[in-house]
Design a protein around this ligand. Structure first.
Ligand code: PEP
Ligand code: MN
Length: 366
């Protein structure tokens, strides 16, 4: 059962509600969404999603303290999207990471960097370049979930160290993938945002661990997941009390072999109807080829996305992972200019323009 407390509910009243629920055998985890406290209740025996009738005791307690409660939902009241729901939250959320990065505040955020962290020279060079061009987040995989067990699996902990350095060098926030629950803590200690990849999009143990750790998470869509299944994956993070979820559309599997995946651009406006969570698009992994990345990134901006994630590599020919889809810096520069123009026509702007000035990556003359 999900209980939304009133925006200005006194802390004491909320604590009283929680302790009464605990005395009646309900465990609660807390989450703060849009300044309101949300309680997710489970029966102490672990049965989380029982028919509403089984919640009679809890409902009685909630009714008793009705003045701090705005509304409540039994977890199975027809919708499985509770904490991610726009209708329930009432307004959109902004996810912040690092010093300056934000998703969902109206500006268009650009995440850029190599598919995989390869060495400090490569990563620092890309970091400086993309920071100067207006990106706010550096991407780079240290742990790579590869289809073939014989392919490059990433540098692991050494890659995390390189991401730490690149953050220092560039002032950018950083994002990297975590592939197993046991690594959540050390990956989270090294970067500002953890990524859950398409292949792990329904790894519920991983999602729960990230929820408990409270780390900002970039949750990619599983390439066989419906929008509803993807939002339910987000619920796994939210229900642990972690509100910092950014959704990333990266293409789904279709019958079309001409692109690596089929970018589901319609998911962007559909998600904006359904959820308060920010939505970004990764056209690089969808397209699989650098020539297709710019038009898809522009389409994402036109469709109302909160940002994009772009593979950029100083010399893609030598990339150890996903070489065909990485842009060279000059192509990325061109794309940023086109994005800026497209966003201006929509009354929006690149988030990075202001951030680059603040970090000193770009100087403005008076
Ligand atoms: C990635 O971003 O490096 C990646 C592996 O993407 P996906 O999980 O979307 O395939
Ligand atoms: Mn990749």
């Amino acid at each position: 059962m999900i209980v939304w407390l009133r925006r200005h509910a006194p802390a004491g009243a909320a604590a009283l509600l929680i302790s009464k629920l605990a005395a009646s055998g309900y465990q609660s985890s807390r989450c703060r969404l849009d300044g309101r406290l949300v309680l997710v209740l489970r029966q102490a025996d672990g049965r989380g999603a029982e028919p509403a009738l089984c919640w009679a005791d809890a409902i009685a307690v909630v009714d008793e303290i009705g003045d701090v409660v705005e509304r409540w939902f039994p977890a199975d009241a027809g919708s499985t999207i509770e904490l991610a729901s726009l209708a329930a939250a009432g307004c959109r959320s902004t996810v912040r990471a690092g010093q300056y990065a934000a998703f969902g505040d109206g500006d268009f955020a650009v995440i850029a960097g190599p598919c995989a962290v390869e060495d400090p020279l490569q990563l620092n060079a890309v970091a400086r370049t993309v920071a100067g061009l207006g990106a706010t987040v550096l991407r780079g995989g240290a742990f790579k979930p590869r289809t073939s067990p014989y392919a490059f699996q990433g540098l692991g902990p050494a890659g995390l160290e390189m991401l730490r350095q690149a953050r220092e060098v560039s002032g950018l926030a950083t994002v990297t993938e975590v592939i197993t629950p046991a690594d959540v803590e050390r990956v989270g200690a090294a970067v500002d945002i953890v990524q859950v990849g398409a292949r792990n999009a329904q790894n519920f143990a991983l999602l729960t661990e990230i929820g408990r750790a409270g780390l900002p998470v970039l949750l990619k869509r599983g390439f066989g997941c419906t929008v509803d299944e993807w939002l339910q994956a987000a619920e796994y993070v939210l229900k642990e009390g972690n509100p910092s979820v950014v959704l990333c559309e990266r293409g789904i599997r279709s019958f079309e072999p001409g692109t690596r995946f089929t970018l589901d651009i319609s998911a962007v406006p559909r998600l904006r109807q359904l959820t308060h969570l920010p939505v970004v698009v990764d056209p690089s992994h969808a397209a699989g080829h650098r020539d297709l990345v710019a038009p898809l990134a522009l389409a994402a901006a036109a469709a109302g996305a909160d940002g994009v994630m772009i593979d950029v590599h100083p010399s893609p020919a030598g990339a150890r992972c996903d070489a065909a889809q990485a842009m060279v810096p000059a192509e990325f520069e061109l794309l940023m200019g086109r994005l800026e123009a497209m966003l201006a026509s929509l009354g929006r702007r690149l988030a990075g323009a202001a951030a680059a000035v603040r970090t000193g990556a770009v100087t403005v003359s008076a």
